[in-house]
Design a protein around this ligand. Structure first.
Ligand SMILES: Nc1ncnc2c1ncn2[C@@H]1O[C@H](COP(=O)(O)OP(=O)(O)OP(=O)(O)O)[C@@H](O)[C@H]1O
Ligand SMILES: [Mg+2]
Length: 417
């Protein structure tokens, strides 16, 4: 990316000479120059170009001079630095400019070689500032991510424990109850065959409670209880998987289990409601080997991406009639495969939700970028996810999207790294 330099000078010649001297660097996109005629215009340019790296400013200018410009920029938190251009020997103005926060100065008439060295030195400084900032931001992200994961982990472990105990005795007893009910049903049949007709009281009671119906229904009731308790057991296993998933050690992990655990935890959000029918999850799982990865972090990425997909589908449902959504259902398609040429595992998560405009797509991985209402989105999900995939796993996280059609996130993780 080219460095952006704002030249503030009311003399046309200065701008022209700068343009000529640096024309090669401009052509090679190393530098990009923008211009202003005075301090006031410079402030406007700075507003429209927040990515300026360096301001090269004259001191004496109409409307707003360089010293006033510096004083206006003094307490702002822009990353650029300002170099002032002063008349030779004008120490008073130079001292004033330095006291107002100028980074350096050069003299007029401009010695272009000296200017070039000063520009390089200033840009180096600005770059190292940016590097430190980005390191700090990454560290902050990491901290938020770790805190979030450890808080979620603890909560899930607690819930899993609370579910697991009752589920164990429900499913254990269900097994026993099934055998007992079979025996009792058999016993009852024997009674019916031998005594029911002899004793009117038994005959009458069995009609009252509809014994035939109960005998038929009881096994079905038990079967559905078994399905319920099995589902609870799966949920508890998923929660355990999630809460135990390691953030700090690499393990050999079955990725499909991680995706299933995530889907299980998000089950309630995938279900149908009064606003939209259930979201169909289509699995196209390929033959993946165990992946050597940080499972806790990777599951967090699955959670972030699938949650975003559900949000995108919910948002799309606002504009569509229910019956139309039933005929063209919302889908999340999860496809996994090995990409031999890259020696990598690929996980594609596709939704047919609202999709994204190009402007949104360009910014989704930025720290704190969100289009969701205040309190709903922090804008951290994807920037954390990209960090996890690209820095922690040396992989790649990318996105394809078309407005109104949907989005696809592609996670690529090297098989050996
Ligand atoms: N599947 C998707 N379809 C459409 N837009 C999406 C999708 N995934 C992400 N986005 C866009 O990317 C933005 C950033 O996503 P990100 O997950 O980083 O933050 P968020 O979901 O807004 O907040 P949170 O930190 O709670 O996850 C979203 O606000 C949304 O505009
Ligand atoms: Mg999100």
């Amino acid at each position: 990316m080219s460095a952006k330099i704002l030249v503030v000078d009311d003399e046309l010649l200065v701008k022209r000479l700068i343009g000529q001297y640096f024309r090669k660097k401009v052509a090679q996109r190393e530098y990009e120059f923008i211009f202003a005629n005075n301090g006031k215009e410079a402030l406007e340019q700075i507003q429209t170009h927040p990515d300026i790296d360096l301001v090269l400013s004259d001191i004496n200018m109409p409307e707003m001079d360089g010293i006033t410009l510096l004083s206006k920029l003094r307490n702002s938190n822009y990353n650029f630095r300002t170099v002032v251009v002063s008349a030779y020997g004008d120490m008073k103005n130079i001292r004033q400019a330095m006291n107002q926060g100028a980074f350096d100065f050069i003299n007029k008439p401009i010695d272009f070689q000296d200017l070039e060295i000063t520009i390089i030195r200033t840009l180096d400084f600005v770059q190292s500032l940016k590097d430190v900032q980005s390191m700090l931001q990454q560290a902050e992200l990491q901290m938020i991510q770790n805190e979030k994961m450890s808080a979620i982990g603890k909560m899930l472990a607690g819930i899993a424990y609370e579910i697991n105990n009752p589920v164990c005795f429900i499913s254990g007893n269900l097994h026993e109850a099934e055998a007992a009910i079979q025996d009792i049903s058999h016993h009852l049949r024997l009674y019916q065959q031998n005594f029911a007709n002899l004793i009117p009281e038994i005959q009458q009671h069995s009609e009252e409670i509809d014994v035939e119906y109960l005998l038929e229904e009881l096994p079905k009731m038990l079967a559905s209880m078994k399905v319920g308790s099995e589902r609870l057991r799966l949920l508890s296993t998923s929660l355990c998987n999630f809460s135990r998933a390691d953030n700090t050690n690499k393990l050999d992990v079955n990725i499909h289990e991680g995706i299933e655990s995530t889907l299980m935890i998000l089950r309630h959000r995938l279900k149908g409601n009064e606003k939209r029918p259930a979201i169909e999850v289509i699995r196209e799982y390929g033959d993946l080997p165990l992946i050597h990865c940080y499972p806790g972090s990777l599951y967090q990425v699955f959670m972030n991406i699938i949650t975003n997909a559900i949000d995108a589908l919910n948002e799309a449902s606002v504009y569509r009639p229910y019956t139309e959504m039933e005929t063209h259902p919302y889908q999340i398609r999860i496809k996994t495969e090995v990409l031999e040429s890259e020696n990598a595992a690929i996980i594609r998560i596709h939704d047919n939700g609202i999709g994204m405009s190009n402007e949104v797509k360009e910014r989704i991985f930025e720290h704190s970028f969100t289009t969701k209402p205040l309190g709903k989105g922090t804008g951290l999900g994807l920037s954390i996810s990209r960090q996890i995939i690209e820095e922690k796993h040396r992989g790649c996280l990318s996105c394809h999207s078309t407005p109104s059609e949907g989005s696809e996130f592609v996670i690529q993780i090297p098989l050996v790294f």
